[in-house]
Design a binder for this molecule. Structure first.
Ligand SMILES: NC(=O)c1ccc[n+]([C@@H]2O[C@H](COP(=O)([O-])OP(=O)(O)OC[C@H]3O[C@@H](n4cnc5c(N)ncnc54)[C@H](O)[C@@H]3O)[C@@H](O)[C@H]2O)c1
Length: 356
């Protein structure tokens, strides 16, 4: 299959690109290379005859039309997005433009391509979204997000993703575009940009810096290893029913504090400090405004209908992740110099930044 993957120089998109090429798919990676992108993420496949790169902005419809015409993909996997909640608090404009208008452009370019090819039923527009569109769950472990949970986004990031999900469903209902959607929980793993919790904890631990925990660290997330997510996405692309959405989770709920303690335990074992434990570096900092209490995925649909389950526990996935960061300083060190990395973002809700 020839896949057009947007956002393939980012964290999850690059895992999809690497896996798809390894499985023999042709991949066109469309990415504008924002601060969050790194082409080293796809270095393993960049010389493959199955791989092509297009530097383009999903806000640029003419560029999208050219890329569809030139590459004639059989399917689209749309991951390009602004993805950092804290940055969305400081500058929501980019999130509206890329996540909503950009998705609209992708849908229209894909629809023109699909119509031009005689509306093949086999075509897919796979929209990759987040569980954050469902809002915040109570702490009751029986209550989880299903595909029928009403949308209740509470940050500029999740609101922009929710809007894009609605557009994708509308393009299916109105125009018949064969779409599939996935809503996934928090990912972690290799190539995670060093502004997100897991890499921040590993890299600050190594540098002897504070390990910042928002609020009391009681917020619960359902952690999924990124390579399992990429595998689930290819599974949904190949076997999911048009018009249907699938929740993807790791079946690994942890509080942020527990997760950070687990990382500290692994670091103590693999790269012990001269004295003491990395846990001593934990520091509680001001909470994120509107911080959702709990996310948890009910994975029944993807498990029962498509037979998919995550392959690693959070213990095993975190071990692989810690080892990967310890072995790949050449990858993460230059990224720490990028704008905003290492700074506390998203706390000043009184500033009228409007955009950047
Ligand atoms: N990270 C998570 O835990 C998680 C969980 C569920 C869903 N998702 C979704 O998965 C997708 C990928 O997330 P990620 O964590 O890999 O994000 P990321 O920030 O690491 O990567 C996003 C990529 O999109 C590109 N991009 C951004 N704006 C663009 C534009 N206007 N045109 C073209 N390319 C653009 C960036 O350059 C970057 O390479 C997003 O849609 C996100 O909402 C993420």
């Amino acid at each position: 299959m020839k896949l057009l993957v947007t956002g393939g120089a980012g964290f999850i998109g690059s895992a999809v690109v690497r896996l798809a090429v390894a499985r023999g798919h042709s991949v066109v990676n469309l990415d504008v290379l924002t601060y969050a992108a790194c082409l080293d993420n796809v270095a393993q496949v960049s010389n493959s005859p199955l791989y092509a790169f297009e530097e383009a902005d999903i806000r640029d419809r003419a560029a999208l039309d050219r890329i569809f015409a030139e590459h004639a993909p059989d399917a689209v996997m749309h991951l390009a997005a602004e993805s950092h909640v804290d940055r969305s608090i400081d500058g929501p404009g980019d999130f509206v433009e890329t996540n909503i208008t950009g998705t609209y452009n992708m849908l229209e370019a894909a629809r023109a391509h699909w119509v031009g090819r005689g509306r093949p039923e086999s075509f897919r527009f796979h929209h990759i979204s987040t569980d954050e569109v469902f809002g915040s769950l109570p702490m009751d472990p029986q209550v989880k997000f299903t595909e029928a949970t009403p949308y209740d986004p509470r940050s500029p990031y999740s609101a922009s993703k929710a809007a894009s999900d609605h557009l994708v469903r509308a393009w299916h209902e109105t125009y018949g575009l064969p779409v599939v959607l996935t809503n996934c929980s928090n990912n972690y793993g290799p190539y995670h940009f060093p502004e997100k919790l897991v890499p921040v904890v590993i890299l600050n631990a190594l540098a002897g810096k504070e390990l910042p925990i928002y609020g009391a660290g009681e917020n619960i997330r359902d952690w999924l290893y990124v390579e399992d997510h990429a595998d689930a996405l290819l599974c949904v692309l190949e076997r999911g029913a048009p018009g249907r959405s699938y929740n993807i989770g790791g079946e690994n709920e942890r509080t942020n504090l527990d997760l950070v303690r687990m990382i500290c335990g692994l670091m103590d074992e693999i790269r012990p400090k001269a004295s003491g434990t990395y846990v001593d570096q934990i520091a509680f900092v001001a909470d994120r405004p509107g911080h959702d209490a709990r996310y948890a995925i009910d994975p029944t649909r993807i498990r029962d209908e498509l037979g998919w389950r995550p392959s690693v526990t959070v213990e095993e996935g975190l071990r692989r992740t810690v080892e990967w960061y310890l072995d790949n300083e050449d990858w993460w060190r230059p990224l720490q110099a990028r704008h905003g990395v290492g700074e506390r973002l998203g706390t000043d809700t009184k500033t009228m930044s409007g955009a950047r």
